[in-house]
Each structure stands twice: as C-alpha cells, then as structure tokens.
Design a binder for this molecule. Structure first.
Ligand SMILES: Cc1cc2nc3c(=O)[nH]c(=O)nc-3n(C[C@H](O)[C@H](O)[C@H](O)COP(=O)(O)OP(=O)(O)OC[C@H]3O[C@@H](n4cnc5c(N)ncnc54)[C@H](O)[C@@H]3O)c2cc1C
Length: 402
C-alpha cells in the first residue's frame, strides 16, 4: 500500500514506537507526530517509581535519545493538540490553527486520569499520569507531609503508596473493593498484596469508599471522610481510580468510539486509520475478547502493528493477538502478570510460596491456561507466557517442569 504521508496523534510510547517502526520498514515519506505535551516523548512507568522516589531525574525518562530522534526525521509538533478529525474529508483540526489533510492516520492519544468529584481546586490533591503530575507530587513529598492518603489501590495507587512509604512518609491506602488490586488479580492474590503493604506499615482501609475530601480555610486539603464514618487527616491526597481513553476530540469524526477507538482485529479503525496503545480497543482472537489494554508492552507492540497495518493491503493484514503482559514494582517485589484473568479463574501456585511472597501462580479457565502471576519470579512468568501463547491446557501447564 503506497502512502504519501503518515500522521500520528499522540507523541508518547505507542506513537513514537509506531513512527520508529515505520522508518524501520523503510517508509520514507513524511511522518508528522503531534503531541499536546510540551516535553519530548518520555517514559511513564518511572513516574510512580524511581522518579517519584527522587532517585532519577528527567534525563533518564527519555524514550529515545535525541540523536536517534533526529535520525528518524520526524516532523514533531509538540505542545499542539488535535481538536477534531473528519473521516470523509480527512481534515485533522489542530489547536495551533494549522489544520492538516492526512493520508495515513495513527491514533495514539492514550488515556487520562479519572478525578474524584468535589476535589477540583483543592490544593494537595493529585493524580498521576504525566511528567508534570509526577513533578508536582514529588515536590509535595519533598515537603514531608504528615500523611499521604492514596485513594484507589490499583497498580498506580499501590505503587505510589509503596514509593511514599520508602520515602518514610505515613501512608493510608483506601480501596472500595475487599482487596488491593482485586479487580486485576482476584481477591486471593490481592490479599497477598495487602499483606505486603501492611508489613511495610501502610494503613490499609479496604471495602470503604470516600465520602468527601475536605480542605481547610487556606484551600489546602485537610482530611478524607470515608463511607464507614472514619476520618483520616491528610496533607496530600493522591487519586488513583483509573483512566479514561482520550477520544473526545474524535467525536463526530465518523470513527466508532466506545471506551476507546474501536478497531478491527488488525487495529484498523477505518480505511487508512489505525489506533494503538491505551486508547485502542480491538478484538483479540487469542482470548476471544474485545480488549483495551493499559500496559507499556502493549503500547510498544500495538504501535508497531498499527504502523505496519497502514502500509498493508486488507489481504496482507494480520490480526493483532498478543498475550497482554505488565509489571509493577512495589517495595522489593516485582509483580508481573501475563494473560487475561478473571476473578473466578482456578488458581494454582506452581513454584515458591505465598508466605515468602516469592511465587508463580497459574490461572486456568475451561481447561486452558489463561494467566500467570509472578512475585519476584520473572523467568517463570516469561516461560508460562509462552505456554499461554501456545494455547497449552491448564493440566499440561501444571505438569510442565519449568
Ligand atoms: C505513573 C504510571 C506508571 C506506569 N507503570 C507501568 C508499569 O509499571 N508497567 C506497565 O506495563 N505499564 C505501566 N504504565 C502504563 C503505561 O505507561 C501506558 O500503558 C503507556 O504509557 C501507554 O502509552 P500510549 O502511548 O498508548 O498512551 P500515553 O502514554 O497516555 O500517551 C498518549 C499521549 O497523547 C497525548 N494526547 C492526548 N490527547 C491528545 C490530543 N488530542 N492531541 C495531541 N496529543 C494528545 C497525551 O498527552 C500523551 O502524551 C504506567 C503508567 C503510568 C501513568
């Protein structure tokens, strides 16, 4: 498929990896990369870990070295937001008034944090998605607040709690579900994470919601009121209650939007339009499921796949069928999960023990291996991930001597 030019909206992980992959496939036409953040593309995982801990500075966050970026010869439009797109005319609206007519379009606008209603304008309440968010939260941690309350014990919340504790701060972690990470790992394994945090001195409040976040007369946050009637005094509140895909700018574009940009199995959203990363939703035939995946590895892989798709004919196009995979660092534990698991999957520990918090657990459903969770077991996670990819039965996976 001959393309005159390719425009990528979203200059972060999926967008940049897409651009790089186009150049590696010898696409030598113009590539425009449009991103609304003022910074050169940077990596997000350290924002809740090494960068927030104060161990790394911004120079270690760059996704690609500046010399490499020059080599790829990309037309970067940083600090510019895409404001609209019309599929019929292929006009892309931009915040700098310089509209573009696009040929191939790759959408990689990611996601943004959900906020807690009623907290707007209260000083000391933070979310964590961008470098600027992390810089602001890091400065708040530097000031040595008497207590940090983290609302939401998903991966970002749990990592922020771990980093704050490692910095010697008092931390309360509030979660509406019975266990931290319960939505992702199920309650049994979520309980293991809960113990890890308790052991580190985190005040865990599980199965309770937040009724109100209250500020003092100076506008600074003072306390969090919970649904069980308890009150936690706080100088910093971090809200980690999930993300919303950035698709509003595509409303009325002619593309289908439903909790993300809806794509076919090959990541194609419309002729000459693909999507990748946190914003893309597509049917992954390997799991017979329509998914939107918010993991680093997926943004890299799908960025490359969606870029290749723009250069392929419908006949040559291949479905995107990854085994999703992510990691999370909390204290000295590296937690990794590969596959697609559900709360009612069968779980078996295959190596190590929960007591030591060093183990690999397999998840089975309908006789099939569907996931592997590792606590400080990176080799096992990668080996069982290959078995998931190979479609191995649960019984064979349990019998495998890895
Ligand atoms: C703090 C943090 C820690 C994480 N840790 C891990 C981890 O340990 N392991 C893991 O697997 N994953 C982790 N992730 C998830 C991982 O970073 C994301 O999955 C990945 O960044 C997704 O990349 P993306 O390019 O799809 O989207 P994003 O990284 O969200 O990038 C989208 C870009 O598009 C821009 N944009 C949005 N709308 C527009 C518009 N209209 N016009 C122009 N630009 C626009 C955004 O500002 C942003 O720069 C973490 C994420 C965060 C925030």
């Amino acid at each position: 498929m001959n393309r005159r030019s390719i425009t990528i909206v979203g200059a972060s992980l999926a967008g940049l990896r897409a651009a790089e992959s186009l150049r590696r496939q010898d696409f030598d036409g113009p590539i425009t990369l449009i991103g609304d953040e003022p910074h050169a593309p940077y990596d997000r995982p350290p924002l809740s870990k090494q960068f927030l801990a104060g161990e790394w500075e911004t120079d270690r966050l760059a996704l690609t070295k500046p010399e490499k970026l020059d080599e790829f010869d990309l037309d970067f439009r940083l600090g510019v937001r895409a404001t609209g797109f019309d599929l019929a005319t292929r006009r892309l609206g931009l915040s700098d008034d310089d509209d573009l007519e696009v040929d191939g379009l790759l959408i990689a606008t990611g996601a943004r944090c959900r906020t807690l209603p009623g907290t707007e304008g209260i000083d000391g309440v933070f979310v964590l998605r961008s470098l600027d968010d992390s810089l602001a939260l890091r400065a708040a941690f530097d000031a040595g607040p008497s207590r940090v309350v983290v609302v939401g014990a998903g991966f970002i919340g749990a990592e922020v709690a771990a980093t704050a504790r490692a910095r010697g701060l008092e931390v309360s972690l509030v979660e509406a579900l019975p266990q931290p990470l319960g939505r992702v790992l199920g309650d049994e394994m979520g309980a293991v994470c809960a113990d890890v945090h308790r052991d580190q001195g985190v005040d865990l409040r599980l199965g309770v919601g937040v009724d109100a976040v209250e500020a003092g007369p100076d506008g600074n946050v003072e306390r969090v009121r919970l649904s069980d009637g308890s009150v936690i005094e706080a100088e910093v509140v971090v809200v980690g209650i999930g993300v919303i895909p950035n698709t509003e700018w595509l409303e009325g574009s002619g593309l289908e939007l439903d909790n993300g940009v809806v794509c076919d199995a090959t990541c194609l959203a419309a002729p000459g339009v693909t999507a990748a990363g946190d914003v893309a939703r597509w049917p992954n035939a390997r799991f017979d499921e329509i998914m939107r995946v918010e993991h680093w590895d997926n943004a890299v892989e799908q960025g490359g796949h969606a870029a290749r798709r723009l250069l392929q004919s419908d006949e040559d196009a291949e479905p995107f069928t990854p085994v999703p995979w992510f990691w999370s660092d909390q204290y000295d534990r590296k937690i990794q999960l590969a596959g697609r698991i559900r709360p009612d999957d069968e779980i078996q520990i295959v190596t190590g023990s929960v007591e030591e918090r060093r183990f690999a657990a397999l998840y089975g459903r309908a006789g099939r291996l569907v996931g592997v969770l590792g606590f400080n077991r990176p080799r096992h996670v990668m080996q069982y991930k290959t078995l998931i990819q190979d479609g191995v039965s649960f019984a064979d996976a349990l019998a495998a001597d890895l």
